[in-house]
Design a protein around this ligand. Structure first.
Ligand code: ADP
Ligand code: MG
Length: 336
């Protein structure tokens, strides 16, 4: 037991302790029974957690395609930062619960490098965690802050607001589809596939829209990040806000990588229901659209207006529809 504890501590020391310290509010980080943290009196604390499980959120090791640990570290922090971005929060801290099947130095080094590359970019102090042996499971809790009363909730959408989404959708889901196809078809060589080469980073190393979220905090009435699929995530806004949404088919920003797919319906389906894009979907009063579009463009972020918030149709039960009233036959990712 004593020996096991020793190696657990050296693992923490080597790969996770003392690697990031950006905030004066970090009074005590990794090393004690708990971290000691403080936020200024004029700000609120935002907290969110996400888990990634091998075989569920990323492909199992040993299959033809396996994710490199650097990307896993990157993505674990990225998906959490994306949740924070969707509230308009600014990142502060993270804690990491790491369950690994074995002590693999090479793996830990890479994972830690990926994680801290993102921590450096987005100024996140890793202030604690837990390390256990078991099936590969990566959990990270993120802490951020926003000025009091300013965090953007899902519940603020108003009838007449425009519905917007950043950049484009569908690549991550398309990459998963191509990888799955290649697992069942040995003639499809993943490494040679130019589409995969050029777009895999969208799946493996997403860029959370943190600065964009901070701008949108002052303009949007409701916001969500697109992690389970656009329609599924927009439904969350509709349900929380007690409103409906109508979308325009031609306005959905389908990623250009999907142009190889023959059918328009299939392309649209990936963009509407594919998860893992980590774009931001927000609602906004039409009068603020121009300014916000300009401000986001300065960050290199495109905005598409994809529809409008309408009165809730209580009898119907389906909150998100095409503008002509027809159903959008898509469901986002659900674990159960
Ligand atoms: P305890 O037994 O008191 O819960 P641990 O032995 O689990 O403490 O952890 C020792 C210290 O290392 C704590 O400060 C904890 O937050 C930190 N820690 C443990 N695992 C990790 C990890 N994977 N990443 C970052 N910090 C960690
Ligand atoms: Mg303790």
């Amino acid at each position: 037991m004593r020996e096991k504890k020793q190696s657990e501590f050296s693992l923490i020391d080597e790969f996770f302790a003392g690697k990031s310290h950006y905030h004066t509010g970090t009074l005590l980080g990794v090393g004690d029974d708990a971290a000691i943290l403080t936020v200024p009196a004029d700000r609120e604390l935002l907290v969110s957690v996400d888990t990634m499980v091998e075989g569920v959120h990323f492909f199992n090791n040993g299959t033809q395609y396996s994710v490199d640990p650097y990307s896993l570290g990157h993505k674990l922090l990225a998906v959490n930062l994306s949740d924070l971005a969707a509230m308009g929060g600014e990142p502060l801290w993270a804690t990491l619960a790491l369950t690994i099947p074995e002590y693999n130095r090479e793996w830990l080094q890479q994972f830690s490098a990926g994680l801290f590359s993102m921590a450096e970019k987005f100024k996140v102090d890793l202030v604690g965690g837990d390390t256990t042996r078991g099936p590969l499971t990566l959990t990270l809790q993120i802490y951020g802050s926003a000025p009091i009363g300013k965090a953007v909730r899902r519940s603020g959408a108003k009838v007449g607001d425009a519905i917007c989404v950043t950049n484009s959708l569908g690549t991550a889901a398309y990459m998963v589809q191509l990888i799955n196809e290649s697992q069942h078809n040995s003639t499809l060589q993943l490494a040679d596939n130019i589409l995969i080469k050029e777009n895999l980073a969208n799946l493996e190393r997403p860029s959370p829209l943190v600065a964009e979220g901070v701008i949108l905090r002052d303009f949007s009435s409701a916001m969500v990040d697109v992690s389970d699929g656009l329609v599924a995530d927009l439904r969350h806004i509709c349900e929380s806000s007690r409103v409906g949404a109508v979308l325009d088919r031609a306005a959905i920003p389908v990623h250009s990588a999907l142009s190889n797919i023959g059918s328009v319906e299939e392309r649209l389906s990936l963009a509407l229901s594919g998860g893992d894009d980590y774009e931001l979907c927000f609602t906004i009063a039409a009068g603020k659209l121009k300014l916000v579009t300009e401000k986001l463009a300065e960050l290199g972020c495109a905005v598409s207006v994809i529809g409008d918030i309408v009165e809730e149709d209580v009898a119907d039960g389906d909150s998100v529809k095409w503008r002509d009233g027809s159903c959008i036959d898509e469901r986002g990712f659900s674990h159960f």
